[in-house]
Write a protein that binds this ligand. Structure first.
Ligand code: PBE
Length: 304
């Protein structure tokens, strides 16, 4: 056991020496991390979120695909627990590797963080959040369908609601109402040409994360203003896709594609109507504090 540890140290210092020799312009500051093995310090563990999240599935794929993550564990618990661990690590300037994503307020709250480069593209390039409708929604409720189809906003819009709710400790639905009042121009594009609703109920499938609480709150309020009743059901992503495919839900604005929810989408894609992105430029990946002197998933080290 000691021998193994000794070998690891030897390999680690060899690597560090090579790295140091290879970069002529490395300042002495950058070398002050010599001897640090982040992967050992974090016990080869990525702090993740809920087991049912798309990012959990994607991270399990990353652990399989990257040699540097061989033998690593993904600790899946909850978004709240992940944020708590992240905050504690940052306050103590300790290393930590988490699953992170945008839109979210975590980068506003902890600006000193970075995504690790993902040369194998497991987490993909820029991601979109896509709206899906059930087959038949257009003919059953053409006005609601038109509004849902015209719902489009930006990363900044969504993050503003998420950030304000978190900062002021307010319900996302309350903040969403204010956002709608302040953004009449955008909302009027969604309702452009949409006739009055007939009071029928539209069921939106959503997920339990703040990002989707924001989008479904906004959509719900605007649909209600237009004369519909709206039910929002927050469920695991796999159920979101299933329920739109089997018609239990009318639509969802919560599909992260083409990467995060790829597997869920693949199994239902012939049974849903794809209305395209409602938000462009989302992102998921492995995130670390900037004080960790690594840039890529490949800079991590296998556990065995
Ligand atoms: N997320 C936020 C979710 C979707 C929304 C990236 C954490 C996920 O399924 O991974």
């Amino acid at each position: 056991m000691n021998f193994k540890k000794g070998m690891l140290m030897l390999v680690a210092s060899l690597v560090l020496t090579l790295v140091a020799c290879g970069s002529d312009d490395a300042s002495s500051d950058e070398n002050s991390n010599e001897g640090v093995n982040y992967s050992e310090e974090v016990e080869h563990t990525i702090i993740g979120i809920e087991p049912g999240a798309g990012i959990t599935v994607t991270t399990e794929k990353a652990i399989e695909e990257y040699d540097s993550l061989s033998g690593w564990n993904l600790e899946a618990s909850s978004t709240a627990a992940m944020i708590t661990e992240l905050e504690e690590a940052i306050n103590a300037e300790e290393p930590i590797v988490v699953t992170g994503w945008n839109p979210h307020w975590m980068f506003a709250q902890f600006p000193d963080m970075k995504y690790l480069e993902d040369p194998k593209g497991v987490y993909g390039e820029a991601e979109n959040i896509v709206t899906l409708a059930r087959q038949g929604l257009e003919s059953d409720h053409p006005e609601a369908f038109k509004l849902i189809d015209q719902f489009k906003w930006s990363v900044e819009d969504m993050e503003q609601i998420m950030y304000d709710a978190n900062q002021n400790d307010e319900e996302i639905s309350t903040v969403a109402e204010k956002w709608i009042e302040d953004n009449e121009d955008k909302v009027s594009e969604w309702t452009d040409g949409v006739g009055e609703g007939d009071g029928s109920t539209i069921t939106l499938a959503s997920t339990p994360w703040d990002s989707e609480r924001a989008s479904s709150s906004v959509l719900k309020i605007v649909l209600e203003q237009q004369g519909f009743e709206v039910d929002v059901t927050p469920v695991d992503p796999s159920i979101v896709f299933e329920s739109v495919a089997n018609g239990d839900a009318d639509a969802t604005a919560a599909a992260w594609l083409p990467f995060t929810h790829a597997d869920f989408y693949e199994s239902v894609k012939d049974d849903v109507v794809d209305l395209g992105p409602n938000l462009e430029g989302a992102k998921i990946g492995l995130v670390v504090p900037s004080y960790m002197d690594i840039d890529s998933i490949e800079d991590l080290e296998a556990a065995e």
